[in-house]
Structure formats: structure tokens, C-alpha cells
Design a protein around this ligand. Structure first.
Ligand code: SF4
Length: 316
């Protein structure tokens, strides 16, 4: 059963827990002070779960016999590759269908999402080409779960993309597995979010919803959400948002006075040329929609993909 707020797993050191190899932490204020208001966090420290203590000898990723292993940087006999795979498998079983996102610590040989340092067999640096061992195995077993590094959440576009996916998955998990009407409503209510990633996405997913194949509902749902989350992972440019804004205006332009239409179009143009954030045209659109309600637009999560209380769209 999903809680009212999305449940998100977080590297425990980001939450301020002193679990790093040196007894320190990597508290991230944006996560602990801002996101914590709207998300339910589940702390995870894969290295402690793999049996290591605090403090502990540092570990790193190292090439050995053609594969990347998680081993001690000083104690070369320490090989945690298998144990970390088991930790990831256990957490993936526990989290599958229950958590809507994973926020991890960058550069960590266990938690890093990308560009983690990898050493050659002889210990020399091979480059920043690795993925933390926990994240690597977790991602394989739970491909729907969006993953992001805490530091990258300072980038408004990456943050927007991550949070949209977290809340979309949360809404999906709250649907009943046999709720066909809810499935259809989910698809319709995310039309503009999908359209922002290209006009084909909504139509293609619509074919899965309408069930033109012989698949069961469970098979269609599985295929749908895999493709849906894949599409949502694409970042949306200003030009793409601009097209969606125009599409929205097209829905109720006849009910607007010419001066209001002009004001909206001017604001869309200002958004496209990066003079104002996305919040500006959306706020004005929402104002007009309150005065000219449109049931189809009212249901669109594009206007409110995550709670307004986070007030993050002022930066997008
Ligand atoms: S980066 Fe991951 S493994 Fe390392 S201390 Fe933080 S939570 Fe633990």
C-alpha cells in the first residue's frame, strides 16, 4: 500500500547519518530541508548493509580479469562484489512497487550513479566511467525507479525531470492492478506531460491502453508503465514546453478576450527566450482556467506534476 507521500530511498549519508568510511556524512540541505516536506524517505547505506563498519577502510571499483569489482583500496583481499549484489537484490525485492525514487551520493563506489572512478588492475586510474555497484545491480532489477544524485538536484531541469517521474510512479502505484478505468484516466491525465516529450509518445502509449493486442490487462499495464517511465526520462526543452503551452491555449482560446490571448502569447515568447521561468506562463494559464474551467485541462498533471508547496518551477 502506497503512503500519501511518495516513498523515496536515499543514501543515508545524504540524510546526515554518520555512515561514511571516515565517520562523516554528506548531508544535502535541499534534500533534508526541502524535499523532506513532501517525500517519505527510506535511508539506505549499502556498505553497512554489506557488513562493513564505521570507520572502515576505503573501497573502490577496480578492473580485475576483464570485469569491474568492488574491492578494498588498501586491503586488496577485500572483495565486496558478491555481497553488494546481494544487498542490491534484497533491497530491490523489498522496494519493487513500493518506492518511487532513489537519491544517491555521487562518486561513491557503491552509490554513485555515473562517472564513478574505476582503477586499472595495477591500481592506476582508468577513468570516471563506472557506476556504483549497489546502483548498478539495483537499477537492473528495478528499472522503473528513477535514480538521481543529490548534487544534480541543484540543476532545475534535472530536478524537474526527476520529481515528475517520482510523482508519476507514485500515482501509478496507487492504482489498483485491475482498475481499467483508472488506467485509462491515468493515461489521459498525463497527456500533456507525455506530449512535452514528443507527440508520438502519447499516441503510442494509447495503443497499449486501448488493448488492440491479445495481451491481458496485467501484461498491458506492465508494458505501458515501462514505456511511460522511459518516455518521461527524456528532459523537456523550452521549445517543447512552448509547444505544449500553445496547445493548451488552443483548447480555450475562444473563451479569452483578445487582449488576454495576446498577453499569454507574449509570455510564452518570453518563456521560450528564457526571460521568465515556466512558472510564469503556467500561473497565468491557471488563472484563466479558474475563470474558464475546462474539465480536460483541469485533470492534466502538466500543470501540477508535484505539489505546489515545493515551489520549484520558478527555476525551470
Ligand atoms: S555513499 Fe552510500 S555506501 Fe557510502 S556512506 Fe553514503 S550511503 Fe553509505
Amino acid at each position: 500500500m502506497q503512503p500519501p507521500r511518495p516513498r523515496v530511498a536515499v543514501s543515508a549519508c545524504i540524510l546526515g547519518q554518520p555512515v561514511r568510511y571516515d565517520g562523516g556524512h554528506k548531508r544535502d540541505r535541499f534534500v533534508t530541508d526541502r524535499l523532506a516536506r513532501e517525500l517519505e524517505f527510506v535511508p539506505v547505506c549499502p556498505e553497512l548493509e554489506a557488513g562493513l563498519g564505521v570507520p572502515r577502510s576505503p573501497i573502490h571499483l577496480r578492473r580485475r580479469n576483464g570485469e569491474i569489482r568492488l574491492v578494498g583500496s588498501r586491503d586488496h583481499s577485500l572483495d565486496l562484489t558478491g555481497r553488494m549484489r546481494e544487498v542490491a537484490a534484497r533491497r530491490a525485492d523489498e522496494f519493487d512497487g513500493r518506492i518511487c525514487g532513489l537519491i544517491v551520493q555521487r562518486n561513491s563506489p557503491s552509490c554513485g550513479m555515473e562517472r564513478v572512478a574505476v582503477a586499472n588492475e595495477d591500481g592506476t586510474a582508468a577513468g570516471r566511467t563506472g557506476t556504483g555497484m549497489f546502483v548498478h545491480h539495483f537499477r537492473t532489477r528495478c528499472p522503473l525507479v528513477p535514480i538521481e544524485e543529490a548534487g544534480r538536484l541543484n540543476d532545475p531541469v534535472l530536478r524537474e525531470n526527476f520529481l515528475e517521474r517520482v510523482w508519476c510512479l507514485h500515482r501509478w502505484y496507487r492504482l489498483g492492478a485491475d482498475d481499467l478505468a483508472g488506467f485509462i484516466r491515468f493515461h489521459a491525465a498525463h497527456k500533456l506531460l507525455l506530449m512535452a516529450r514528443g507527440s508520438d509518445a502519447y499516441t503510442g502509449l494509447g495503443r497499449i491502453v486501448s488493448g488492440v493486442t491479445r495481451e491481458t490487462l496485467a501484461e498491458r499495464r506492465g508494458r505501458y508503465i515501462r514505456r511511460f517511465m522511459e518516455v518521461l526520462s527524456k528532459r523537456v526543452s523550452r521549445a517543447q514546453h512552448y509547444n505544449v503551452l500553445q496547445h493548451i491555449l488552443g483548447h480555450f482560446r475562444r473563451r479569452l478576450a483578445p487582449a488576454d490571448r495576446r498577453e499569454l502569447l507574449d509570455l510564452f515568447g518570453s518563456y521560450r527566450s528564457a526571460e521568465v521561468p515556466l512558472a510564469a506562463p503556467l500561473t497565468l494559464l491557471r488563472h484563466h482556467l479558474r475563470r474558464n474551467p475546462d474539465p480536460w485541462l483541469d485533470q492534466q498533471y502538466y500543470f501540477r506534476p508535484y505539489p505546489d508547496a515545493l515551489a520549484l518551477r520558478a527555476a525551470v
